[in-house]
Design a protein around this ligand. Structure first.
Ligand SMILES: Cc1cc2nc3c(=O)[nH]c(=O)nc-3n(C[C@H](O)[C@H](O)[C@H](O)COP(=O)(O)OP(=O)(O)OC[C@H]3O[C@@H](n4cnc5c(N)ncnc54)[C@H](O)[C@@H]3O)c2cc1C
Length: 305
């Protein structure tokens, strides 16, 4: 086998997994295409020791720490297919190379599909946001909105007044029940039924949203829940089980981050219903440790192809 472990995806989860493995002197290769989910934001928040730094700066720091360990290597390339082979796995890359490993850790994250509204996409990660814990503080108690498309967004909306005055926009897509209206109004939340037709503001800042009836509602931030999907189909090729999450499917894993397929571990947003960089890193730590342990305690875990 070329490697003890191949890690597919080299961001918060993948690099944290590789750290544990390289500190156990396992031969580990990190494959990465350089597109972490939070790349659209200027400043990432809440990751210990890196609060407020750019995603790029955080990735550089994580890689620099890891690069001192001699048994880890990095490759900027995409894993495109995977097959069981010789008691392990054969991973084929976009450049045509194929590499083998005894275990794989899937940490390739998810991709986001955003609501289709003029002016929304270009503000993603700056003034169009997914998570108040990540970016709510920076809105500095100014007016904020939520696209209220389903129950998930309702939960988020009810929390948001902690960070600033809140309006929910039902967009004609979601009709809150009488109980839900009471919940929202008891938190001081305004309910706007006229659909947003565009987002306005200088550059990527948000100043207001334009409504279908011609009114403008001043807002500094708009929270949306994107639809998510795995960033590639490697887990699907392996037959890994999935769960339904609030924004899309995510891989089913146990407490040790083992997937339903022997020898395959998964961590980060790909295998969690709650996206968060610190949680992804913590899950990566567990996946790295679990993959290492499986090499020791279950060396013949994977049936030969
Ligand atoms: C706009 C935005 C802002 C955010 N801000 C914050 C914040 O401030 N604080 C916070 O805690 N969380 C934040 N998050 C959530 C955070 O980005 C994720 O929880 C975190 O990035 C998940 O880490 P991960 O390692 O699972 O996946 P990712 O960081 O998404 O990394 C996956 C990696 O896998 C690579 N990859 C994909 N497919 C392949 C393949 N086939 N082969 C090889 N490599 C592949 C990608 O290029 C990428 O580098 C934000 C999310 C968004 C969308």
């Amino acid at each position: 086998m070329d490697q003890d472990v191949i890690v597919v995806g080299g961001s918060f989860a993948g690099l944290s997994a590789a750290m544990q493995l390289s500190r156990a002197r396992k031969k580990v290769l990190v494959l990465d295409t350089g597109m972490p989910r939070n790349r659209f934001t200027h400043a990432s928040h809440g990751f210990p020791g890196q609060d407020g730094n750019s995603p790029q700066a955080i990735q550089t720091a994580l890689r620099a720490e890891l690069a001192v360990y001699p048994s880890v290597s990095f490759r900027k390339d995409a894993a495109v297919s995977i097959a069981f082979e010789g008691g392990g796995f054969r991973v084929s890359l976009a450049d045509g190379t194929a590499l083998t490993a005894r275990r794989v850790i899937l940490a390739y994250g998810v991709s986001d599909t955003l609501p289709d509204l003029p002016g929304l996409r270009e503000r993603w990660g700056v003034s169009v946001l997914h998570c108040p814990y990540c970016h709510g503080y920076e809105l500095d108690r100014q007016a904020m909105g939520v696209l209220l498309r389903d129950e998930t967004a309702l939960h988020q909306a009810i929390m948001l007044p902690e960070w600033g005055p809140t309006t929910v926009f039902t967009q004609g897509a979601f009709k809150p029940s009488d109980d839900q209206v009471r919940q929202l109004t008891s938190r001081g939340i305004k309910i706007e039924e006229t659909p947003i037709t565009e987002l306005n503001g200088a550059g990527v800042t948000l100043e207001n949203v334009g409504l279908a009836d011609g009114r403008n509602v001043p807002l500094a931030g708009l929270f949306v829940a994107p639809q998510t999907a795995p960033a590639c189909d490697i887990a699907e090729q392996l037959g890994c089980a999935v769960n339904d999450g609030p924004t899309g499917p995510y891989l089913a894993v146990d407490a040790m981050q083992a997937s339903s397929v022997p020898g395959v571990f998964a961590a980060g947003d790909l295998a969690s219903p709650m996206p968060n960089a610190t949680r992804a890193a913590a899950a990566g730590v567990m996946a790295g440790v679990a993959a290492h342990r499986s090499l020791i305690f279950d060396p013949d875990l994977i049936p030969a192809a």
